[in-house]
Design a protein around this ligand. Structure first.
Ligand SMILES: CC(C)(COP(=O)(O)OP(=O)(O)OC[C@H]1O[C@@H](n2cnc3c(N)ncnc32)[C@H](O)[C@@H]1OP(=O)(O)O)[C@@H](O)C(=O)NCCC(=O)NCCS
Length: 166
């Protein structure tokens, strides 16, 4: 049975493995490149899992098959950015990405955030359909995927009434 778990610093090797798979599989879906990720040392992978922001994964048997993260920009506690959404090709269409997104949105609400944002690359209609189905709204704010790229990404936003912080 597949389960969702929050990864911690000791999971850095599995995190690195699934992130590398994602970057190799879908290089136009993410701003980071595989080459950049390959250069990152253990401390960086561990550090990302040790910052208090959720990095969630779906485990099926002994493998991680899907992931997604939430990041709170320190200058704006009302906002959570969702990043790195990816499901392994053999595990797609089982609702894993939707389940991860639901968790990340729920987490954001429990922090007291009022907005969840994410980027989607032009032409990535499967991902856009998922986000729009989960009530994210296209903002019309387009930026390049990464410096020098001709591909563009659009910011999508979900806004809700914040719950009181605790
Ligand atoms: C986008 C992605 C994360 C979806 O993962 P997934 O686990 O297969 O998604 P789910 O099974 O939760 O499907 C959720 C919704 O996405 C849409 N969707 C997913 N795969 C689809 C497909 N092959 N065709 C059409 N719609 C699809 C559907 O709206 C689906 O809704 P449904 O459950 O009512 O059918 C996955 O295709 C992926 O990793 N793609 C490459 C990386 C990527 O684009 N990441 C997003 C970066 S913004």
């Amino acid at each position: 049975m597949a389960t969702i778990e929050q990864l911690g610093p000791d999971d850095w090797q599995e995190f690195r493995e699934i992130r590398m798979r994602a970057l190799a599989d879908a290089p136009t879906a993410f701003s980071m490149t595989l080459a950049d990720a390959e250069e990152q040392p253990e401390e960086v992978w561990r550090g990302r899992l040790d910052q208090g922001d959720p990095i969630l994964a779906v485990r099926d048997g002994d493998r991680l098959v899907a992931m997604g993260g939430g990041w709170r920009p320190p200058e704006d506690p009302d906002r959570v950015m969702v990043w790195g959404m990816w499901t392994a090709p053999e595990a797609r269409g089982r609702g894993y990405a939707r389940a991860l997104l639901d968790h990340l949105v729920d987490d954001a609400r429990s922090y007291g955030a009022s907005t969840v944002e994410l980027h989607v690359t032009e032409g990535n209609d499967n991902a856009r359909r998922l986000y729009e189905d989960c009530d994210f709204i296209a903002t019309g704010e387009w930026t390049p995927l990464r410096e020098g790229s001709r591909l563009r990404i659009e910011l999508l936003r979900l806004t809700f009434r914040p719950r009181p912080r605790h």
